[in-house]
Design a protein around this ligand. Structure first.
Ligand SMILES: Nc1ncnc2c1ncn2[C@@H]1O[C@H](COP(=O)(O)OP(=O)(O)OP(=O)(O)O)[C@@H](O)[C@H]1O
Length: 576
C-alpha cells in the first residue's frame, strides 16, 4: 500500500513528462515482445530439422524473422531509453527547481539551523538517485514483466503443462525475495540517514577546517569523521550480510525455469504426451524467460528505494512555510509591539515565555542579559525569521501574518557578525542591499559607510572578487561591506547583534562610525554584549531566562535591576 502511494507520488512529481514516460514504456514493451521472436525462430528451425523439412525457404524465413525481431528489439529499446532519459532529466530539473523555490519560503531560522550538507544531499544527491527508477525501472521493468506473460501464454499454447512448469521456479524465488524485501525500505531509509549524517559532518569539517587547525583539534575532529565514515560502511556491510543468503537464493532460483521444464518435459516426451518439437520449443523459450526475469529482478532493489527517495524530496517540498498574507499593505509607521509572545524552537522546550514589549519608531533600543537568555531569539522574531504560534507581533499595529514576507524583510536590516558575503565582486555584494542601485550609488554609500578607501586600494577596486564567504578580506573589511550593504537597503528598522564585538580598537572605531551612519533616523535594536555602547539608548530591555525582567533607561535600570547592575559592573570592569 505504502509503495503504491510512493509510485503515485513519483508520478505526480513527474507530471509534465508522463506522456513521454508512457511512450517509453510502450516502446520498451514492444521491444521485449520482438525480442522473443529469435527464440521462437530457434524453436521453429529446430522443429523443421527434427521433422526433416527440406524447404530452404522455411529456414530462410525463420532466420529473417529472428533477425528482424532482434533488430527491432535493439532499436525499440534504444529509442525507449532515449525518450525516458530525456524525460527523466527534465523531471529531475523540475524537482530540483521546485525544491530550490521552496527554500526561501521556509523560515530563515529553519534554513540556518539545517546543516548545508543536508540540503545539498537531498537536492543534489538524492534527486540524482531518482534517475534509475524513472529512466530505467519504468520502461524496463514494465517491459520485462510483460515479456514473461507473453512467453507464458505462448507456452500454454504449445502445451499448457509446459506453460505452467515454466513458472514453477518463480514462487520459490519470490519467497526468498520477499524475505529480503520485507525490510528493504526501512534499511534503505536507514542507509540514507546514516549517509546524510556522514555527508553533513564532512561538509562541516571542511567548512571548519580553519578553526580545527588553529585550535589543534585535527585529531579529535578527524576521529569524529572517520567514526561516521566507518559507521556508514558498517551499516552497509551488516545490511548486505543479513540479506546475502535470501538474495542469492532468489537470484539463483527465480530465473531457473529449466528446473522443472527439463526433467518433467522429458517424462512427458517419453510417455508420448509431448512432441519432441514441443519439448525443444519449451526449453528454448525458457532461456528467453531467464533473461527477462533476471532483468526484472535487477529493478526490484531500485523499486524498493523509491519510497525513501520520494519521502526525502517531499520532506523539503512539504516543509512548513511561513504563513503570511500576500496582499500588498502600506506600513504607515514602524512601532513594534510584542503581545504575550511565547516561542519554542523544538516542541516542549519553551525559550521565550509570555513576552510583551513596545518599541517606538525612531528610537534606539537595546536587549541586554546573560548569555542564552533569549535576546537574539526576540530580535529574530522581530525580523520575521520565524512565525510565532503563541501571542502576536505587530508592526505599525498590523499583525505580522498580515504583512507579506517580502515586505516585512524590506522593513528590517539584520546585521550580525556572521553576515554572509557571496563569492562575487565587492560591488555586487554591496548592491545586494538594493539591486536597482547604480554603480555610482554603490560607491556613494561605500563612502558613507567608510569603506570606499580600502575598496579603492583593492587589486581591482569594486570589481575585486571577495572569495568564498569573503575570505580574501579581513574581518573588519567584511563587516564594513556588510554595513554598506545594509545602508544601501535603507530599511527603516536596523537590528544588530553588537557588530563591533571582539574587534581591534582601530577597526572598532571605523565600524562604529559606519554603524552611526547606518542607524541615523532609524528604529534601532542592538543586542548588546558590552553595555557602555548602549547606555544612551532610549530603552534598554533586560532579557533573562526567556522573559523581559525589566526595561527602562540606563540610570533607572541601575537602580531597579540587580541583573542590569551586575552586567554593567562586569562590562565596565572588562573595559578598565
Ligand atoms: N535555532 C535554535 N534551535 C534550538 N535552540 C536554539 C536555537 N537558537 C537558540 N536556541 C536556544 O535558545 C536559547 C536562547 O538563545 P538566544 O541566542 O536567543 O540567546 P541570547 O540571549 O541571544 O544568547 P547570547 O547572548 O549568548 O547570544 C538558548 O538556550 C539557545 O540554546
Amino acid at each position: 500500500m505504502k509503495k503504491e502511494n510512493q509510485f503515485k507520488k513519483l508520478m505526480i512529481l513527474a507530471n509534465n513528462h508522463r506522456s513521454s514516460l508512457n511512450l517509453s514504456v510502450l516502446l520498451a514493451s514492444l521491444g521485449v515482445i520482438f525480442g522473443i521472436l529469435p527464440f521462437i525462430s530457434g524453436g521453429k528451425i529446430a522443429e523443421g530439422l527434427i521433422s526433416n523439412d527440406t524447404d530452404k525457404n522455411y529456414y530462410i524465413l525463420w532466420c529473417l524473422i529472428g533477425l528482424l525481431g532482434y533488430a527491432l528489439k535493439t532499436l525499440l529499446y534504444a529509442w525507449s531509453l532515449s525518450i525516458s532519459h530525456k524525460a527523466t532529466f527534465s523531471i529531475l530539473a523540475d524537482i530540483r527547481i521546485k525544491m530550490i523555490e521552496k527554500l526561501p519560503k521556509l523560515s530563515l531560522g529553519t534554513i540556518s539551523e539545517t546543516p548545508s550538507g543536508a540540503f545539498k544531499q537531498k537536492i543534489v544527491d538524492q534527486v540524482e538517485s531518482m534517475e534509475s527508477p524513472l529512466a530505467h525501472m519504468f520502461p524496463e521493468m514494465t517491459a520485462n514483466l510483460l515479456g514473461p506473460v507473453f512467453v507464458f501464454l505462448y507456452l500454454l499454447f504449445v502445451d499448457w503443462r509446459m506453460g505452467l512448469l515454466s513458472l514453477v521456479s518463480f514462487p520459490i524465488g519470490m519467497f526468498f525475495m520477499v524475505s529480503v524485501f520485507k525490510s528493504y525500505g526501512d534499511n534503505f531509509a536507514g542507509a540514507m540517514k546514516i549517509g546524510g549524517e556522514m555527508n553533513s559532518s564532512l561538509v562541516e569539517y571542511v567548512n571548519g577546517l580553519e578553526v580545527i587547525r588553529s585550535y589543534n583539534q585535527t585529531d579529535k575532529t578527524y576521529k569524529k569523521i572517520t567514526d561516521k565514515v566507518y559507521a556508514n560502511a558498517k551499516y552497509y556491510y551488516d545490511w548486505m550480510t543479513k540479506t546475502q543468503f535470501g538474495m542469492s537464493m532468489s537470484k539463483a532460483i527465480t530465473p531457473t525455469t529449466l528446473l522443472a521444464i527439463l526433467p518433467l518435459g522429458y517424462i512427458f516426451y517419453k510417455n508420448g504426451s509431448l512432441s519432441l518439437t514441443g519439448y525443444l520449443l519449451s526449453i528454448i523459450l525458457s532461456f528467453s524467460l531467464q533473461g527477462l526475469l533476471n532483468t526484472m529482478m535487477r529493478f526490484t532493489t531500485i523499486g524498493a528505494q523509491v519510497g525513501t527517495l520520494v519521502e526525502n524530496v517531499e520532506s523539503v517540498l512539504n516543509a512548513t512555510e511561513q504563513i503570511h498574507s500576500e496582499e500588498k499593505i502600506v506600513i504607515k509607521n514602524h512601532d513594534i509591539e510584542l503581545n504575550n509572545v511565547s516561542f519554542e524552537y523544538e516542541d516542549g522546550q519553551e525559550i521565550l515565555s509570555d513576552i510583551s514589549l513596545q518599541i517606538k519608531e525612531g528610537t534606539k533600543n537595546a536587549f541586554v542579559g546573560l548569555s542564552g537568555g533569549g535576546k537574539s531569539t526576540i530580535a529574530k522574531l522581530i525580523a520575521g525569521f520565524w512565525d510565532v504560534k503563541k501571542g502576536e507581533i505587530k508592526m505599525g499595529d498590523i499583525p505580522y501574518e498580515n504583512i507579506p514576507l517580502e515586505e516585512l524583510y524590506d522593513q528590517v536590516s539584520f546585521v550580525s557578525q556572521d553576515n554572509f558575503l557571496f563569492d562575487d565582486t565587492v560591488r555586487e555584494n554591496i548592491r545586494m542591499g538594493d539591486p536597482k542601485a547604480s554603480d555610482k550609488e554603490v560607491e556613494e554609500i561605500s563612502k558613507k559607510a567608510g569603506c570606499h578607501e580600502f575598496i579603492s586600494h583593492l587589486e581591482n577596486s569594486y570589481e575585486t572578487r571577495v572569495g568564498k564567504q569573503g575570505e580574501s578580506l579581513s574581518g573588519g573589511e567584511r563587516q564594513r561591506i556588510v554595513i554598506a550593504r545594509a545602508m544601501l537597503k535603507n530599511a527603516p528598522i536596523v537590528i544588530f547583534d553588537e557588530a563591533t564585538a571582539y574587534m581591534d580598537p582601530e577597526n572598532e572605531y571605523l565600524i562604529q562610525n559606519s554603524l552611526n551612519e547606518l542607524i541615523k533616523n532609524k528604529t534601532v535594536i542592538v543586542i548588546a554584549h558590552r553595555l557602555y555602547t548602549i547606555k544612551d539608548s532610549d530603552k534598554i530591555f533586560v532579557v533573562n531566562n526567556g522573559k523581559i525582567e525589566d526595561s527602562g533607561k540606563h540610570e533607572d535600570l541601575l537602580n531597579s535591576s540587580e541583573t542590569y547592575k551586575k552586567l554593567w559592573k562586569t562590562s565596565i570592569g572588562k573595559e578598565d
